[in-house]
Structure formats: structure tokens, C-alpha cells
Design a protein around this ligand. Structure first.
Ligand code: GDP
Ligand code: MG
Length: 441
């Protein structure tokens, strides 16, 4: 596997150290192969590898990772950036307006199936979609759409094979207005290859009715071809998003990455099977893991990253400041501190404390004490954690038993928690800025 190959390259580099240019070069040779094997377009690979090289050389290896894992971490992060850092959704028109979605793609890509899947997904979110059969070349396609619509109780609009797709789309829009459908999903005809007539037909629909979202459906199994297809469609009819189908197969999905890189358009959904429920929101991180083909390493990296999850710390410190936190936050904070290994990390992020001279090496938490507190909170039920006021003696007794501690210890923790909350309230009054005059009393 890629991971093993990288481990070999880094055999000489043990423990901490900076990644040298030679190390990175050797590692990236393997990464390059892995990407090409996963069907990533070679131009995309070339630029990608060059970017990584620049970023990786000279970086310090994270203490908790081996150099090989560190390179994979960088590769993974950059892959996610390349595929699109966040999940994107179909952009809907404002309430009261109809959102028109047009499916485009080659024959067999999965347009008809995906149109029905998408309608089901949107319906479950409270929409009232109307499926529209604009594939006038294949009578079977109309039938297929009807069957898939019926299965989900979604209306399908069709007018046979004699009218043009434009006329059908126009009529469907009128129908939707009368019947309160807030989404129109146009299933269109594909061809086996890129074809002028097909493009003209799609362009014609866009000229005549206001299509809000043009979605390209591509088959992940077509590999490199999918990239050219996406590029042509985007040039001719300007896409808004992409749906990659048949990712349930054993293809690595590198084509998906290339499509995003080449067209710049987001991948919205992925098809994971033939069933109507097999449409999933696209997660760039999962795709990156799949392309690199190394779930284990990635979860290891995730763990390492959690250790320095500064965002989480910030979030907790914000809650602390507002004194809005409960035992759930308290627990999360404890676990975070335990992971980070020192209190200084968190304290430094608290406005007003950050920048103060903390002891070198931070404030070391007492592991044993931490575990006891953790056990006590874990013995509380949801209600008790969110609303500590309900903690009466019998509840405390139960919690103490569950945590294997004395009831006095539970009392102490609850008291400390209340004190901390009170202190934070005062503290936020002092530093909050907005509430001038202090928060005492
Ligand atoms: P169209 O010609 O673009 O409309 O393609 P269809 O919707 O008719 O799909 C072509 C074939 O691909 C059908 O047999 C579908 O069941 C199948 N298909 C579509 N999406 C998926 C998917 O995500 N996974 C799998 N395994 N098959 C799919
Ligand atoms: Mg079809």
C-alpha cells in the first residue's frame, strides 16, 4: 500500500525532524503513482505534487506522527482543498419561486436514476418536486422516470416523444405553477459521446426557460474520460454543480477530483448504488481518503489533529466566557485538556489571560484527578449534565456509585463546577467589553 511504501522511504528518518527535500521528493513519487492509479488526471497530479513539494519541504514533523504519516497528512489536506473544502448544496430560489434543475450528461451516466433520487431527497426536506421527462429519444427513459417517481410518490410530467424538450420544459413550468411544485427537475437526453446536437438541445432549454441549476451527471467508472466530458459540458452550457455516480463500484474516484480541479465546479452528490436511496451528500474528506486508499492512516491523522484542534478550544472558551456551559462542555473541555496535555494551551486562548506569563511547559493536569472527574460526569444522564440544578442527593448518590467514588467527591465536583461558572460570569463581565462597568453582583 501507499502507506507501507512511504514507511520504507522514511526508514532513515525516525522521530521528530524536518522533512528534507530528498525525503519529500521520494515520498511524492509514491503519492504521484497512487493518484495516477486512482485515475486522477495527470495534469492535475503534476501541479498537485509540485504544490505539495513546496509546502512540505522543511516542515517540522508532528510529534505524534511518523514522517510518512506527516506527508500523508499534508497530501490529504491538499487533496481535500482540491476537491472542495466543504460540502455544497443545491442553491434554491427564494421561497415562492420555482427552482429549475436540469440534469445533463452522457447516455448511461445515470441522469434519469439520479433525477429521481434527487427528487426523493429534496422531497424529504419538505419540497414538492416535479420530475420532467425531457428525454424524447428514448421512450424507455420516460417510463423509467415514471416508475421511479411513482415509487416515491413524486409526480412525473411527460408529453410523449413528439414535442421538443423546450416545449415540454415550458409546459412543465406552467404545470408546476398551478400545482404548487417548488422544484422542477428536468431529465434530459444524453448521447454516447459529446455531440453538438445534444449540447445545442441543452443550450436551447437554458435559452428558453430560466434554469437555476445545471447539474452534470458523470459516471465515476469512466475514469479519465469523465474529465474531458465535464470540461466540454462546462464550456458549452456552463455547469453549476456535479453529481458523480457509481461510486459504489471499486473505482477510486480520482476522476471526481480531476473534474473539480478542471471545471472549478463543486461536486454536490455522489451515487452509491442503484436504489433510489443511494444518493449521498458529497464529503470531500471521505473522497480524499478513498483516493489515497488508506482509511487507517487517515483516522490516525485525524486523531493527531484533534489534539491540536484549536477551533474546539476557542469554541469552549467562548462558552466559558458567556458562562453558558454545562457538564457536557465541562467534559469536553476536560477531554480536550487531557489531549493537549497542558492547560496553558486553553488558557492562552482566553482573552485577558492569553499572553500572561504561564509557567514554562504549561500547567500540567493531574491525570488521575481528571479521570475521576470524567467518570463522575459520564455517570450523569443527559438531563443532569445539561441542567446540574436537578442534582439532588439521591441522584448524586447514584452517580457516585456509578463512578465508583464517594458522594462527597461528587458534591465537590458539582460545587467546583458552579464556582467556575460564577467565576467565568464575573470574568466575562470584566473582559467582555460590551457590558462595561463589570459583572460583579
Ligand atoms: P442515463 O442514461 O444517464 O439516464 O442513465 P440511467 O439513469 O438510465 O442509469 C444507467 C444505469 O446506471 C442504470 O442501470 C442505473 O441503475 C445505473 N446507475 C445509476 N446510478 C448508479 C449508481 O450510483 N450506482 C450504480 N451501481 N448504478 C447506477
Ligand atoms: Mg436517461
Amino acid at each position: 500500500s501507499l502507506s507501507e511504501k512511504l514507511q520504507n522511504i522514511f526508514k532513515s528518518l525516525r522521530g521528530k525532524g524536518k522533512l528534507s527535500e530528498a525525503d519529500v521528493k521520494a515520498a511524492l513519487k509514491e503519492v504521484r503513482m497512487a493518484l495516477l492509479e486512482a485515475d486522477v488526471n495527470f495534469k492535475v497530479v503534476k501541479k498537485f505534487v509540485a504544490d505539495i513539494q513546496e509546502r512540505a519541504v522543511g516542515t517540522e514533523v508532528l510529534e505524534s506522527l511518523t514522517p510518512a504519516q506527516h506527508v500523508i497528512k499534508i497530501v490529504n489536506e491538499e487533496l481535500i482543498k482540491l476537491i472542495g473544502s466543504e460540502t455544497k448544496e443545491i442553491i434554491m430560489q427564494p421561497q415562492g419561486e420555482i427552482t429549475v434543475i436540469m440534469m445533463a450528461g452522457l447516455q448511461g451516466a445515470g441522469k434519469t436514476t439520479t433525477a429521481a433520487k434527487l427528487a426523493g431527497k429534496l422531497k424529504s426536506k419538505g419540497n414538492t418536486p416535479l420530475l420532467v421527462a425531457c428525454d424524447v429519444y428514448r421512450p424507455a427513459a420516460v417510463e423509467q422516470l415514471k416508475i421511479n417517481g411513482e415509487k416515491q410518490n413524486i409526480p412525473v410530467f411527460s408529453m410523449g416523444n413528439n414535442l421538443s424538450p423546450v416545449d415540454i420544459a415550458k409546459a412543465a413550468l406552467e404545470h408546476a405553477k398551478k400545482n404548487h411544485n417548488n422544484i422542477l427537475i428536468l431529465d434530459t437526453a444524453g448521447r454516447l459521446h459529446i455531440d453538438e446536437k445534444m449540447m445545442d438541445e441543452l443550450a436551447d432549454i437554458k435559452k428558453n426557460i430560466n434554469v437555476n441549476q445545471t447539474l452534470l451527471v458523470v459516471d465515476a467508472m469512466t475514469g479519465q474520460d469523465a474529465v474531458n466530458v465535464a470540461e466540454s459540458f462546462n464550456d458549452k452550457i456552463e455547469l453549476d454543480g456535479i453529481i458523480v455516480t457509481k461510486l459504489d463500484g471499486d473505482t477510486r474516484g480520482g476522476a471526481a477530483l480531476s473534474i473539480k480541479a478542471v471545471t472549478g465546479k463543486p461536486i454536490l452528490y455522489v451515487g452509491m448504488g442503484e436504489k433510489l436511496s443511494d444518493l449521498e451528500v458529497f464529503h470531500p474528506d471521505r473522497m480524499a481518503g478513498r483516493i489515497l486508499g488508506m482509511g487507517d492512516i487517515l483516522s490516525l491523522i485525524e486523531k493527531a489533529e484533534a489534539e491540536m484542534d484549536a477551533d474546539k478550544v476557542k469554541q469552549i472558551s467562548r462558552k466559558l466566557q458567556k458562562a453558558e456551559f454545562d457538564f457536557n462542555d465541562f467534559l469536553e473541555q476536560l477531554q480536550q485538556i487531557k489531549k493537549m496535555g497542558d492547560l496553558g494551551g486553553i488558557l492562552n486562548m482566553l482573552p485577558g489571560i492569553g499572553g500572561m506569563n504561564l509557567p514554562a511547559g504549561g500547567l500540567q493536569p493531574d491525570e488521575k484527578q481528571f479521570s475521576r472527574v470524567e467518570a463522575i460526569i459520564l455517570s450523569m444522564n443527559v438531563k443532569e449534565r445539561t441542567d446540574p440544578a436537578v442534582l439532588n442527593p439521591s441522584r448524586k448518590n447514584r452517580i457516585a456509585k456509578g463512578a465508583g467514588v464517594n458522594i462527597s467527591e461528587v458534591n465537590r465536583i458539582v460545587k467546583q463546577f458552579e464556582q467556575m461558572k460564577k467565576m467565568m460570569k464575573q470574568f466575562s463581565g470584566m473582559t467582555g467589553g460590551k457590558r462595561k462597568g463589570g459583572g460583579f453582583g
